[in-house]
Design a protein around this ligand. Structure first.
Ligand code: PHB
Length: 394
């Protein structure tokens, strides 16, 4: 009597094991996983908060079933430490078998993950990081944010024609800052202006005071600044405290400084500051008005910034690639379906250059103004379809 029972038990076990193995495999077939790695805590936390909110908004508006697949968003916090980004990416590729990696709050994170994207043939949609060379770090990178050369050059064309003959640059001392310094300063010189000094501040926990004191002593017509999203308010505060504006030094910057996430709390010192960038929450298009409205409704009134738009458009690029490959494509097929996409974004018309996999977009000149009691980056001019100038030298 012993044997049949044991045998029956063994058979039941085998069946259960098979079913157990088959179930996730089948589920896996119908699931499309996006591994979204972002800084949700730490110095860059506003970037994570903005991009996650935008990705969830995109999914809420467009559904979570695409080409017969259930889209699953897996959000991981890398606290903006590149070693963490790499470790999380590895886990997502090997453990979760994600179809796409996305996010990348800062350049060092994107650079840390790029080799893994290449090895595993996983498309990597860079939604925030903005150093020119990131797209060259892996053929699997597609970017929906911007590049610092792209944003800086328009301002360097505007400034000398608007009374800025001498300038000091002040940038965060890492990839995007060095790109901003290089491209802004070279273009200023090209346009007949003089760059008196190029200053770099540490990326982590910067103290701007000694640098601003130096700028005060040098007395340029303008100070040009790049700091990453989230650090702009501190620059603005110290600029005011040191009386730089009263000393006749104008502040000009990339739009990272007058970041829509923080702008409203910056106060009067921000009024009149001219910046160049690819997105303003005040961009006057129907699509943007709807985007800002929906974003604010879903996030307790939070105003979307340029990071949010990079996340929103990144999701669009992923969804459309999945649709056009009819849910069948992974890896290279999916990547190819991302290349060349052209569409209207809340920022205006954009496309993903099929050769460089980088974004081509309009860059706007904007001035901070108060409207209905709130501060906005009001666009007053645009340079159309700007390709990353960081790549044209090759
Ligand atoms: C970057 O690290 O590439 C980066 C981060 C924040 C910005 C711009 C660039 O606002």
């Amino acid at each position: 009597m012993q044997a049949p029972t044991t045998r029956r038990h063994a058979l039941t076990l085998a069946a259960a094991t098979l079913a157990g193995l088959a179930a996730p495999a089948m589920a896996q077939d119908n699931v499309f996983k996006i591994g979204l790695i972002l800084p949700m805590t730490g110095q860059q936390a506003t970037t994570g908060r903005q991009i996650e909110a935008a990705a969830r908004l995109y999914m809420a508006q467009n559904g979570d079933t695409v080409a017969g697949k259930k889209v699953q968003l897996i959000v991981k916090d890398d606290t903006s430490l590149p070693d963490q980004t790499r470790r999380l990416a590895q886990e997502l590729i090997v453990g979760e078998k994600v179809n796409v990696l996305a996010g990348m709050g800062i350049t060092p994170s994107a650079m840390a993950v790029a080799p893994l994207a290449t090895q595993s043939k996983t498309p990597l949609v860079v939604m925030a990081a903005a150093t020119s060379s990131i797209t060259e770090a892996s053929p699997f990178v597609v970017r929906t944010s911007f590049t610092l050369p792209q944003a800086s050059v328009a301002l360097a064309d505007w400034a000398p024609a608007n009374g800025v003959k001498t300038v000091v640059s002040l940038v965060s001392d890492y990839g995007p800052g060095i790109d901003a310094e290089k491209f802004f300063n070279a273009r200023m010189v090209n346009n007949g202006a003089k760059v008196i000094e190029s200053l770099r501040v540490p990326m982590r926990n910067p103290d701007f005071a000694p640098f601003l004191q130096k700028v005060r002593d040098l007395k340029p017509d303008a100070l040009f600044v790049f700091v990453p999203s989230g650090a702009g308010a501190a620059v603005m505060k110290q600029f005011a405290e040191r009386g730089m504006d009263k000393a006749g030094i104008r502040l000009i910057a990339t739009g990272d400084v007058t970041d829509d996430d923080q702008l409203n709390d910056m106060g009067d010192v921000a009024l009149g500051v001219v910046t160049s960038h690819h997105y303003s929450a005040a961009h006057p298009s129907d699509m943007n008005k709807k985007f800002v409205d929906a974003f604010q409704k879903a996030n307790k009134g939070l105003r979307p910034n340029f990071m949010a738009v990079g996340g929103y458009d990144g999701m669009r690029v992923i969804y459309e690639a999945l649709k056009s490959t009819k849910g069948a494509g992974g890896g290279e097929t999916l990547l190819n379906a991302m290349k060349g996409q052209i569409f209207e974004s809340p920022r205006g018309k954009i496309y993903i250059d099929a050769q460089t996999r980088d974004i081509v977009q309009d860059v706007y000149l904007r001035k901070v103004e108060r409207k209905d009691g709130q501060l906005w980056n009001v666009e007053f001019d645009a340079v159309k379809e700007v390709k990353d100038p960081g790549k044209t030298k090759k």
